[in-house]
Design a protein around this ligand. Structure first.
Ligand code: IMP
Length: 425
């Protein structure tokens, strides 16, 4: 199969960046289709650590990388990322959709004021998508237009009342903001020009030829605006289906849908998390897995693998196979179990609750699993070409238990941040 969609199968931070980096080697185009600077991908290569918020992880393979129409972009942050990547000796082959929406400073201010309730990343994501849906926001094509300054000032007039009424700016401050941001963003537009194109056409041409396109999702399925744990979700669609809407994937062209799951569960920000660990057990797992957000540095909430939630994510996103990351971390902690059912009022349920307060109250039903065998880095690397039945028994059993429950295969196992710390079955 030439084309692949990679999506997170939990609440984000599953290790998509590393997997996309690994898969990008066999791809011609890498396309991001949702989210913005709320995403943070850490990729380690040749001892160097790269943190991407916008640029697809395929950049490290010098592949053409696309920021599709469904992405929202803070131009300053993206230009800084391009600059830092260029100054480390790389030349990004980046293409930006003319139709992608722009994040302005006022979106970040609204997010800072209102996003606390659900613990957003504060990057202005929700306000940008909501003004996109209200048809009052500007796109990349506006800031690169000859009359960009005038377009920005006009658009800002449309949101002035809302911003002044909400106390985000005083009347006087708003005037100053409009003038300065119009000049600044038109300047960013000038720098954007070489990268902007009709990205959907690039994807269409690649899909209809012998090229392989890799679609890289941001966040995770359970943070999806429609099917996630609303309202504790992000403001874009994070399902595989979003690659068609926001990335230009073509319905009917065969595509492989790969979901990424950690060997346990993490979540950043507020919202229900049925298998969350507390106290010392949480600290041990967090420290073992270095579970701190790549974008905000916030400590991640950690918990047991929730197979009940994972199966829901697989079903709604149409995930066909799984890559499991951080199996090495799980070997460092004791008392592992996996959640296989939810109970409400003592009775097992057969659906994934849509209502966040209900989900917060479910009682997870656990199955104990044997401790995962701890292997040294060398022992893991020696298993590079292993088949599943050549893995230590505890790992074989863990994989088999998960596969039987979720009814799809685990085809990739990741046991460290480097490219070669990956076993493809
Ligand atoms: P927003 O996307 O910044 O609006 O944040 C909404 C929710 O999604 C918050 O709970 C964030 O912590 C979470 N979130 C957004 N992006 C990511 C991500 O890349 N990884 C994990 N959680 C994320």
């Amino acid at each position: 199969m030439k084309n692949t969609i990679v999506v997170g199968a939990q609440w984000g931070d599953e290790g998509k960046g590393k997997l996309v980096d690994v898969l990008a080697e066999q791809s011609d185009l890498v396309v991001r289709f949702n989210g913005g600077g709320n995403a943070g991908h850490t990729v380690m290569h040749n001892g160097e650590t790269y943190k991407f918020h916008y640029m697809p992880s395929g950049m490290l393979h010098n592949k053409t990388c696309i920021l599709g129409t469904g992405v929202v972009i803070n131009p300053k942050d993206l230009l800084d990322e391009i600059e830092s990547f260029t100054s480390s000796g790389h030349s990004p082959k980046l293409k930006i959709s003319a139709r992608a929406h722009i994040i302005f400073p006022h979106h970040q201010l609204i997010d800072a004021k209102e996003g606390g309730k659900i613990g957003t990343t504060g990057r202005g994501i929700g306000p940008t998508y909501s003004q996109k849906a209200s048809r009052i926001n500007l796109r990349v094509l506006d800031i690169i237009a000859d009359d960009a300054e005038a377009r920005i000032k006009t658009a800002l007039k449309d949101v002035k009342d809302m911003l002044v009424l909400e106390g985000i700016y005083s009347e006087d401050d708003y005037k100053v903001y409009c003038n300065s941001v119009a000049v600044e963003y038109a300047g960013f537009g000038e720098k954007f020009k070489p990268y902007v194109t009709d990205t959907e056409d690039l994807v269409r041409i690649a899909s209809n030829s012998a090229q392989a396109v890799l679609f890289e999702g941001a966040q995770g399925t359970l943070l999806d605006l429609n099917y996630g744990t609303y309202p504790f979700v992000t403001s874009s669609s994070t399902l595989a289906a979003a690659a068609f809407v926001g990335g230009g994937a073509i319905p009917g062209v065969p595509i492989r849908i790969l979901g990424i799951t950690k060997a346990y569960t993490t979540r950043v920000g507020e919202g229900p998390f049925p298998t969350e660990l507390e106290g010392e057990a949480a600290t041990n797992l967090r420290e073992a897995g270095h579970e701190y957000g790549a974008t905000t540095g916030r400590p991640r909430r950690v918990g047991h693998l929730d197979l009940y939630a994972l199966r829901y994510a697989i079903r709604i996103s149409g995930i066909q196979e799984l890559a499991m990351t951080k199996i090495d971390t799980l070997a460092l902690v004791s008392g592992i179990k996996v959640c296989t059912a939810y109970k409400i009022n003592g009775k097992e349920i057969d659906y994934f609750p849509a209502d966040a307060p209900t989900l917060a109250q479910v009682e997870p039903v656990y199955t104990d699993v044997p401790a995962i065998t701890e292997l040294s880095k060398e022992e893991w690397l020696a298993l590079r070409n292993a088949s599943k039945d050549q893995l230590p028994t505890s790992i074989q059993e863990y994989i088999k238990f998960i596969e039987d429950f979720v009814e799809i295969p685990i085809t990739i196992l990741s046991h460290g941040p480097e490219r070669n710390e990956t076993i493809v079955f």
